[in-house]
Design a protein around this ligand. Sequence first.
Ligand SMILES: Cc1cc2nc3c(=O)[nH]c(=O)nc-3n(C[C@H](O)[C@H](O)[C@H](O)COP(=O)(O)OP(=O)(O)OC[C@H]3O[C@@H](n4cnc5c(N)ncnc54)[C@H](O)[C@@H]3O)c2cc1C
Length: 309
Amino acid sequence: MIGPRARLILESTLAERVEFDVPLARHTSLRIGGPADAVITPRDRKDLSHALAICAQHDLPTRTLGAGFNVLVGEDGLPEVVLRLKRLRAIEYVAPDAISVETGASHATLTRYCVDQGLSGLEFGAGIPGTIGGWLAMNAGIGVREMKDVVRSIELMDRLGELSPPIARDDLDFRYRELAGLPEGSVLVGAQLQVEASERSKVQSEIDRLLAQRQATQPIDVPSCGSVFRNPPGDYAGRLIEAAGLKGAREGAAEISRVHANFIVNHGGASARDVRRLIDRARAAVAAETGIELETEVQLIGSFEGDSL
Ligand SMILES: Cc1cc2nc3c(=O)[nH]c(=O)nc-3n(C[C@H](O)[C@H](O)[C@H](O)COP(=O)(O)OP(=O)(O)OC[C@H]3O[C@@H](n4cnc5c(N)ncnc54)[C@H](O)[C@@H]3O)c2cc1C
């Protein structure tokens, strides 16, 4: 919990860049989540460094969120300082075969940039909503390609606000939907991604193909957090949940999607508790049918009705 004294310090040093008691339902794609004690939106890297240093100095726990497309925040909220990097969004072509991108840039901005510049290699990300920071932290991807295949290096700021020299991909521990081993409280600030020169029309048509495929197979018009569970080795979580008979199962306004059983959708007014109940039901049903213990891909953060995760 961020106490009154710490609030005063944040307010007096960060002015309009800090807000208090911010409902995270506003900042998550599921439209669910209690308030964060504070949300800081730094102007630039220097400002981010300053904010981290203040938080470290006063022992305030911090967490960086991207666009909230892969998180379920508890209804009791997040007793932490949330950092949002949406103003750190520079993108630059580093000829001949890389782009340098700040992690607050959105998937849509990056995709548009690649089309405009005729750069190929990142088309797979066109339908993966979020920020580049979220893509990196989650090693986001689709079957054939994920972030680890395109990252050359990353830039990391530690919890004290010190920026590291670029860290090469070979020194990073990318795993399935995870970039493991990041020091506690550190912030992904930038990355160099590999691209190759192509033609605008080719880049655009590959993006159109992937988006059409998604439109046909995923409930993209209803609030969700994407895949709720990781696929277990050799199988698909969605197939297992469907086979366990839970497609269309409901708790309140939350539903295991009828379009894709690894998605939970919010029909309006669902609570974190509704979603957790569906997660528990899907896990139990799949375990009972197959013995497989599904693990969540969505990040459960904050306090869920008394029990802190
Ligand atoms: C309709 C839909 C379809 C989706 N399809 C896919 C798909 O095909 N493949 C796929 O992989 N994912 C998919 N997702 C999930 C989601 O889009 C990705 O996980 C994406 O990378 C989340 O980015 P974000 O910025 O929203 O991250 P958030 O959800 O905000 O955060 C995710 C995690 O990253 C951490 N994080 C974010 N930014 C930083 C940073 N700068 N520094 C340190 N840590 C950070 C957060 O703390 C959190 O732990 C889908 C989601 C939806 C809603």
